[in-house]
Design a protein around this ligand. Structure first.
Ligand SMILES: [Fe+2]
Length: 394
């Protein structure tokens, strides 16, 4: 059901546009009107806001600037659905997104149609490089929000004591890797090139390709499984301060954390809330929804460590990825020669390069062909509502 497209500039842009926009609506197909509204925590956006905001991106960044005679759908939407772009102006407070019962869901779908029609007209024209690149950025932005839609909506459903099902047979969290016997990839010391090169789309944070020196290291071919993580729990991993960063230990205690997010203990058995409802923890699936703190503590318990993002990228051709966003031990910082783009899109990545950790790979919720080995995802170390997991290095 996922849209698959090569990340090439020579792609069929109208077809890419239609496929991405349609996939967002397909993801929303199981929702009832009430599902579109709640915002149980600041990091989780309501589905209505998500699908309006991705539409806003095309209206604000492209149609208002490049489409002749474009009629803005509703002048207030520029305020309501701006996420974090100061250069565009004032906006709804991030923690107030769930307070918006109006515009209605139906009006937001009308907004999507209005913008899609205008984009169709624009895409039928002979477009310059700047517009084409903005359309591709807008589509990659919408793909990021497709993954956010799934992680946000899962969190919303998880607040309900009835543990509602998003889609039957959609327990994507249980997808597992082919068995490989737990082998490791060995990488020799040397100088490696890091960052995006070649044709096609990448985000600006992947640019500034540069050399790094790496010592000999090894990386596990397999992600850490639920069974392994259960051993950590049963060995008192959450109770042993020696395993944790100071901040992580505070986080465990303040939040009384004793298992990955969405694990629920019933009659002595661990269950896992998935997009297909509450199910027994599947032992051979990779552990999911762990924070950086948990990933680092697990690595410490195992006598291993998390890879740096440079090690991960240098070794990435030698293992499969795409089941979990994998925490690295690298702070999210600009590469040498990183340049912020001019204008509002300059706010896309650069201003977040502080106090966050890099995740590599991609997850079962990432749209197909959206990620690549140089892709840099980033979150604050305590967050775990994304489909995050652990790969160990040594
Ligand atoms: Fe966004």
């Amino acid at each position: 059901m996922q849209a698959t497209f090569p990340s090439k500039l020579k792609l069929d842009l109208p077809a890419f546009f239609h496929a991405v926009r349609a996939y967002t609506e397909e993801l929303c197909a199981p929702l009832e009107t009430e599902d579109y509204i709640p915002q149980p925590t600041v990091d989780v956006s309501p589905p209505k806001w998500n699908i309006a905001h991705t539409t806003w991106f095309f209206e604000e960044m492209i149609l208002k600037r490049f489409a002749k005679n474009y009629e803005v759908f509703n002048a207030d939407f520029g305020f309501l659905f701006n996420s974090y772009y100061n250069s565009i102006g004032e906006r709804t407070r991030r923690d107030n997104r769930g307070d918006l019962s109006r515009p209605t869901v139906a009006e937001v779908y009308e907004y999507r149609k209005h913008v899609d029609r205008a984009m169709d007209e624009l895409l039928a024209q002979d477009l310059g490089k700047e517009v084409k690149e903005l359309v591709i950025l807008g589509l990659n932005h919408e793909q990021q929000h497709q993954e956010l839609f799934l992680s946000d909506f899962k969190f919303i459903l998880s607040r309900n004591p009835l543990f509602p099902v998003y889609r039957e047979n959609f327990a994507i969290e249980e997808k597992r890797e082919p068995m490989r016997g737990g082998a490791t990839v060995e990488i020799n010391e040397g100088i490696y090139e890091i960052g995006f090169a070649g044709e096609g789309f990448c985000f600006d944070n992947e640019l500034g390709r540069h050399k790094v020196f790496l010592h000999d290291f090894s990386l596990n071919e397999n992600l850490v499984t639920n069974a392994e993580f259960l051993e950590f729990i049963e060995d008192g991993g959450y109770c042993n301060f020696n395993l944790w960063h100071s901040e992580g230990w505070d986080w465990v205690n303040q939040n009384e954390v004793e298992a990955p997010l969405y694990w629920v203990k019933r009659d002595g058995e661990w269950f896992n809330f998935t997009l297909a409802g509450l199910r027994p923890v599947k032992r051979d699936a990779p552990v999911c929804h762990v924070s950086f703190y948990e990933a680092a503590a697990f690595a410490e318990w195992k006598g291993a460590r998390l890879p740096t993002e440079f090690e991960w990228e240098a070794a990435s051709a030698k293992f499969d990825f795409g089941l979990r966003w994998e925490w690295t031990n690298s702070a999210y910082l600009p590469y040498p020669n990183f340049k912020k783009a001019a204008g509002a899109v300059g706010e896309y990545n650069g201003k977040f390069m502080i106090n966050q950790m890099v995740l590599r790979g991609g997850s079962v919720a990432t749209p197909a062909a959206h990620s690549r080995p140089t892709y840099r995802n980033f979150f604050h170390p305590h967050l775990r509502w994304q489909f995050t997991g652990i790969r160990l290095a040594g």
